[in-house]
Design a protein around this ligand. Sequence first.
Ligand code: FAD
Ligand code: NAI
Length: 479
Amino acid sequence: MNKQFDVIVIGGGPGGYIAAIRAAQLGFNVACIDEWKNANGGPALGGTCTNVGCIPSKALLQSSEHFEQAGHHFADHGIEVKGLSLDMAKMVGRKDTVVKQNNDGVLYLFKKNKVTFFHGRGSFASSKDGLYDIKVAGTAEEVITGKHIIVATGSNARTLPGTPFDEEIILSNDGALRMLDVPKKLVLIGSGVIGLEMGSVWRRLGAEVTVLEGLPTFLGVVDQQIAKEAYKAFKSQGLKIELGVKVGEIKTNEAGGKKSVSVAYTNAKGEAQLLDVDKLIISIGRVANTIGLSAESAGLRLDERGAILVDADCKTNLPNVWAIGDVVRGPMLAHKAEEEGVAVAERIAGQHGHVNFNTIPWVIYTSPEIAWVGQTEEQLKAAGKAYRAGTFPFLANGRARAIGDTTGMVKMLADATTDEILGVHIVGPMASELIAECVVAMEFRASSEDIARICHAHPSLSEATKEAALAVDKRTLNF
Ligand code: FAD
Ligand code: NAI
């Protein structure tokens, strides 16, 4: 007889592994199937986020920021660095160690919570009497049976038509995080989150970086006052960003044993341009991954973009089959996937799991960092909502001056009548951490006055949030 489970989770990324752990905590007998392999062919739990996403990118962002600081900013603090050099193999090795610690951490959590792990590809085989048979194709092949199935198969990088990733010259996020030499010249197509984070890493390490963006607006989803401030900062760092381009032919070339890639494009003025560079990173978004899941033969409905169709509760069209994370609608973020995983496990247990899409924070881990929650000024205007805005620059914050990082601001938007906070937008130091207070405030439906009346430690960057709240009422104390 097949092994039987109450819940089978397909995919062990942040959506899947968190769903499995929460379901196990709620008393279910849970299996999780994940196919990711490490360099030795062993399991590497944690999905895109752990292996080629959030974790390795943040490790390299940190290392490259240290290099940038040592090379360009330590002198401001009276610290002289002589003979600064880069050991890329060591930097990449450290990043790999951080990844492995996280992979092993998930395996440990599965043992601790008694989640049965299967290493291999899971696919729908058949269903009968309200139970689903799931085939696991790993080193061995077996079929397991479950009552509830949670699909958390994530996403893959999208490329341009006719330009497959070779991960040597034409790179996705995977290759972009594995380069052992700093390219002299690098082009990124797409100035979204990956374009800016990876562009920053390789620029700090010495590459001449050009980012080509199709849209005429920089970071169109971000509050435009914040986006403009960020654009200025990136430009002054030497990151070349061209907006409104149309990418044409991409060709790989080889001369004298050296490979390169040429990217033809038309710039915003309509002029034909050609860049010949060492590496190209394509970062134009990601597509939901249902490869090898036998989703369609199982009758699972997909939307027009290939994502699994779900309702607000992450229910698919098949009874007791759920889908979460990047493989469904909504922002492709690890914490959104995790929240959906917890909510689905709780719904299976008859509880009322809930994900508040209005308070999902976004962070771009560049320098300055960009973070936001809630609505932008542009969205409020488009919705005809009456609001008051308050901004406070880090230039006027004592801690920011002491740190030596005064770029950017905090911007708070509040309802003109009720004063409820509708959105907070930050560009500046530690924006990733500062946004947490704003998420809590919005979850509790706080007003800007609530934040203005709360005692914030001095000197701290969080005082800029308090001052932005005071600014909503036009009564900043330090500016
Ligand atoms: P995934 O993490 O993609 O996991 C899916 C898992 O399912 C994988 O392990 C895959 O191998 C496995 N799988 C797929 N099909 C099968 C199958 N049939 N059988 C068995 N296993 C299968 N988000 C943030 O919130 N913060 C960040 O800082 C951040 N940085 C990022 C940086 C980069 C470069 C990239 C590419 C992404 C980043 N993201 C970040 C996005 C984040 O990685 C994703 O939103 C998140 O990983 C989605 O989680 P998931 O569980 O839905 O899918
Ligand atoms: P993205 O959606 O953030 O940005 C893609 C960019 O490419 C957009 O600006 C788009 O206009 C542009 N583009 C699309 N087609 C183009 C074309 N043909 N030519 C030129 N430009 C084009 O996607 P990205 O950067 O690939 O990241 C994918 C997702 O991964 C993100 O949306 C995010 O969900 C997640 N991620 C999250 C991170 C974080 O939370 N810090 C970090 C990295 C990724």
